[in-house]
Design a binder for this molecule. Structure first.
Ligand code: UP6
Length: 275
C-alpha cells in the first residue's frame, strides 16, 4: 500500500470510514488532520472554520471543552459538511468491553453519534474492539488502535505493537488502522503471510516543522519524515497549526494549515513516485 494512491486504496477499502477518509483525502488533496485541543467552544469552532478548507480530518478531545453543549456538536457537523472533512474523536478508550461501549454511546458526549472515527488502546485485549464495535459498526464508524505513541519513553513498542497489529487483523471489519509512527505492513505476521490484502491506514501525531518537542514528552517529526520515510498516511498537527489559542492569529492559523497541507501532499507525491 505504500506506493498506491489514496484514490486506488479508497476504491477497494472494505471499511466505510476508511473509504470516506481516503476519498476525502483524494478529493481535497490533503492528508492533513488538525488536532483542535482548545478548551473554549468559540475558539474550537473558530479554528475549525479557519482550517476546514485545508484538512481531510478534524481531531477532537471533546472532554477538554469547558462550555460543551449539544449546539457545539451541531455546529461541528455543519462545518464538517461546509468544508468536507471527517471527524475523529481522540478518546483513547482503554477499559473493558462493557464500559467502553457505554462511554462510546452514552454520557454527555455520545461520541458514536457524531464521530466518524475514534481510537482505543489495545491494552485490555480484543474485547475492547468487540465492545466498541457493538456500538459503532452498524453506524459505519471506524476504529484506530494505538500501536505506538509519539512520546518519549512510550511503552507501546516491540511485542506490544505486534500484538496490537494482530488484534486489528482479527477485526478488520471495524479496525481501519492505527495511530502509529510508521507503516505496520508485515508487523507481527508469521512468515510474512496474510498481509497482502490488508490496508490499514496509519495516522500519525507528533508532527511539527518548527520545533522538536514541547517540554512535556512530545516529540515532533516533519511531514516528510512521517509520510516518505515512515510510510504513514495522515499527518496530525495540533499546536503547530493553531499556536496560542488564547491569542488566536487568524491569518497565522490559515497560513500554517495551508503550509502543513502542502508539505504533507508534497511528501505523498514523492512517496508514490510522482515527483
Ligand atoms: N497524540 C499524540 N501522540 C500520540 C497519540 N496522540 O500527540 O501518540 C495526540 C495528542 C494531541 C495531538 O493527544 O491531541 O495528538 C498532538 O498535538 P500537538 O501537535 O499539539 O503536539
Amino acid at each position: 500500500t505504500k506506493t498506491k494512491t489514496y484514490a486506488q486504496r479508497a476504491k477497494d477499502h472494505p471499511n466505510t470510514a476508511a473509504k470516506q477518509l481516503l476519498e476525502t483525502i483524494d478529493r481535497k488533496k490533503s492528508n492533513l488532520c488538525v488536532s483542535v485541543d482548545v478548551t473554549r467552544k468559540a475558539n474550537f469552532l473558530a479554528i475549525i472554520d479557519l482550517v476546514g478548507p485545508f484538512v481531510c480530518l478534524v481531531k477532537t478531545h471533546i472532554d477538554i471543552i469547558e462550555d460543551f453543549d449539544h449546539d457545539l456538536i451541531e455546529q461541528l457537523q455543519v462545518l464538517s459538511k461546509k468544508h468536507d472533512f471527517l471527524i475523529f474523536e481522540d478518546r483513547k478508550f482503554a477499559d473493558i468491553g462493557n464500559t467502553v461501549s457505554l462511554q462510546y454511546s452514552s454520557g454527555v458526549h455520545k461520541i458514536a453519534s457524531w464521530s466518524h472515527i475514534t481510537n482505543a488502546h489495545p491494552v485490555p485485549g480484543p474485547s475492547i474492539i468487540t465492545g466498541l464495535a457493538s456500538v459503532g459498526k452498524s453506524l459505519g464508524r471506524g476504529l484506530l488502535l494505538l500501536a505506538e505513541m509519539s512520546t518519549k519513553g512510550s511503552l507501546a513498542v516491540g511485542s506490544y505493537t505486534e500484538d496490537a497489529v494482530k488484534m486489528a487483523r482479527a477485526h478488520k471489519d471495524f479496525v481501519m488502522g492505527f495511530i502509529a509512527q510508521q507503516r505496520m505492513d508485515g508487523v507481527g505476521a508469521e512468515g510474512g503471510s496474510g498481509t497482502e490484502e490488508e490496508d490499514f491506514l496509519i495516522l500519525t501525531p507528533g508532527v511539527g516543522l518548527d520545533v522538536k518537542g514541547d517540554g512535556m514528552g512530545q516529540q515532533y517529526r516533519t511531514p516528510r519524515e512521517v509520510i516518505v520515510e515512515s510510510g504513514c498516511d495522515v499527518i496530525i498537527v495540533g499546536r503547530g497549526v493553531y499556536g496560542n489559542p488564547n491569542a488566536l492569529d487568524v491569518d497565522g492559523v490559515r497560513r500554517q494549515a495551508e503550509r502543513y497541507m502542502k508539505e504533507g501532499w508534497k511528501a505523498y507525491l514523492e512517496r508514490i513516485g510522482e515527483q
